[in-house]
Unconditional design. Structure first.
Length: 453
């Protein structure tokens, strides 16, 4: 019988203390310590297997070469994973409730089962019947796809032994628990145990394991950093529930780049990969409306055209409002102050709302020029040229600075039928005459105002 002891554990960072404290001494969170009963030590050998070899060997004699991969059946997912599923990898998929994590992973195991791989979908959140109903919506359950509705980690591991799946989904890390650990499901020690055991299982059997992780209100994965360390790859599924678009982004990837994004559209029959996201994001763009500017943004190796919308209205209170969605609020505040100082637009007496259409989030400096153009257009209530795109970083002196990959941005704009681009001077100079699109180099925001007439 293992000895248990009681400790207090921070539910934010996992730090432990022998007595209760109002504030975590490690991460400084208030009221985050909870009492947990704990085994004196993890069972011997519980984590042997996390490292696949126990022998010291000359590095030159260790087998190298690329890891074994295969297609997931969802090309947008393959792109984010870095070229397909890696044998023995543990992948965490995080995201807000209702965003489509379960749908994505069910589609994944269905595709795998269809291509002849035995797959097991473990759910601690829903009944097997609910999964069956969702599977029917997604094209019907293929043979070779097994489901287990269970929260006890021990029974899950036993089922894996029995069934011998070639791919495993655990939905979610927060609902599975190990009875040997005294604390409730979802607490830091449980999350650590569950994700650790499943990562060992992945490595030991060479079976890829996909874990669902919930995101807390603050936007971090519950059982935060800790969970990210235990897996090879961390993907975030983002989007706005009011919109059909979903972006899958890698924030950590031991087997590929963290630059790639996958774009999906949630429809009646689940998630569809979107091969041409720009067309989708611009589909509902109003014609001839003031305050709308299009910017070619980079997402990994991809260029997406997105619409920035601004609304400027006389302030209703003494302190004017600055509300944004999809772009950084601070950035908009700075740009508004700059337009006031450099161009004399009286924005301090106006409320400003800036929004990226489609529920997308963009965080590149290149968006600055589009935000500025949208603000000018909204303030003057005059639409921007309908066939124009805008990109460039705006400095505090009002100067427009160069940004990376101008050629790729212009190519995408041309592809979607845009005829003009307002760009930083260096881009206009170097890419002059690349054909098909007029380049208008703008050295400063004042110059942009002039050019817009
Ligand atoms: P779900 O995968 O359950 O989200 P999560 O696991 O991240 O909590 O997806 C939930 C939403 O997706 C729900 O609002 C219904 C919607 N949905 C569709 O629109 N089409 C579909 O084919 C499916 C299966 C779900
Ligand atoms: Mg779910």
């Amino acid at each position: 019988m293992a000895k248990t002891r009681t400790v207090f554990e921070c539910q934010q960072c996992g730090a432990q203390s022998p007595k209760w404290l109002g504030r975590c001494p490690d991460c400084g969170a208030w009221g985050s310590l909870a009492e947990v009963r704990q085994e004196a030590a993890p069972a011997k050998g519980a984590y042997a297997g996390l490292a696949t070899s126990a022998e010291v060997a000359p590095l030159a004699e260790v087998e190298g070469g690329a890891e074994s991969r295969w297609p997931s059946g969802l090309p947008e997912l393959d792109r984010v994973l870095g070229g397909g599923i890696v044998a023995g990898s543990a992948v965490l998929v995080g995201g807000d409730p209702g965003i489509g994590k379960s749908t994505l992973l069910l589609q994944l195991v269905q595709a795998q089962a269809r291509s002849g791989r035995k797959a097991l979908y473990v759910t601690g959140e829903e009944s097997a019947r609910q999964i069956r109903m969702r599977a029917d919506r997604l094209g019907g359950p293929p043979p070779g796809l097994y489901v287990l509705s269970e929260t006890d980690l021990g029974r899950v591991l036993a089922a894996v032994d029995r069934v011998g799946p070639e791919i495993l989904v655990a939905d979610s890390v927060q609902t599975l628990y190990s009875p040997e650990i005294g604390s409730a499901p979802g607490t830091v020690s449980q999350v650590r145990e569950v994700s650790g055991r499943l990562a060992v299982l992945a490595k030991g059997r060479g079976v890829p394991v996909f874990l669902v992780g919930h995101v807390t209100k603050e936007g971090a994965l519950a059982g935060p950093r800790l969970l990210e360390h235990m897996v090879d790859t961390v993907l975030y599924f983002e989007g706005d529930r009011g919109h059909p678009y979903r972006i899958l982004r890698a924030v950590k990837n031991r087997f590929g780049s963290t630059n790639e994004v996958g774009v999906f559209e949630m429809g009646e029959a689940g998630l569809q990969g979107v091969a041409n996201p720009s067309a989708l994001f611009l589909a509902e763009r109003p014609k001839g409306a003031a305050g709308s500017a299009v910017v070619p943004c980079l997402e990994g190796t991809r260029t997406l055209l997105v619409e920035v919308q601004a609304l400027v209205a006389p302030a209703t209170f003494a302190a004017p409002q600055r509300t944004t969605s999809g772009v950084e609020r601070n950035r908009v505040q700075i740009l508004a102050a700059l337009l006031e100082r450099r161009l004399g637009l009286p924005l301090a007496t106006h409320d400003i709302f800036v929004n990226v259409a489609g529920g997308l989030r963009v965080a590149e400096p290149a968006v600055d020029l589009a935000v500025v153009a949208a603000l000018i257009s909204a303030f003057r209530d005059r639409p921007l040229p309908a066939d124009a795109v805008f990109f460039g970083e705006v400095g505090l002196a009002g100067e427009v600075r160069g940004v990376s990959r101008a050629d790729a941005r212009l190519a995408e704009a041309r592809e979607l039928g845009f005829g003009r681009a307002f760009v930083p001077l260096p881009a206009a100079r170097h890419l002059h005459g690349t054909g098909g699109i007029d380049l208008i180099g703008v050295p400063s925001v004042a110059d942009l105002l002039d050019r817009l007439g």
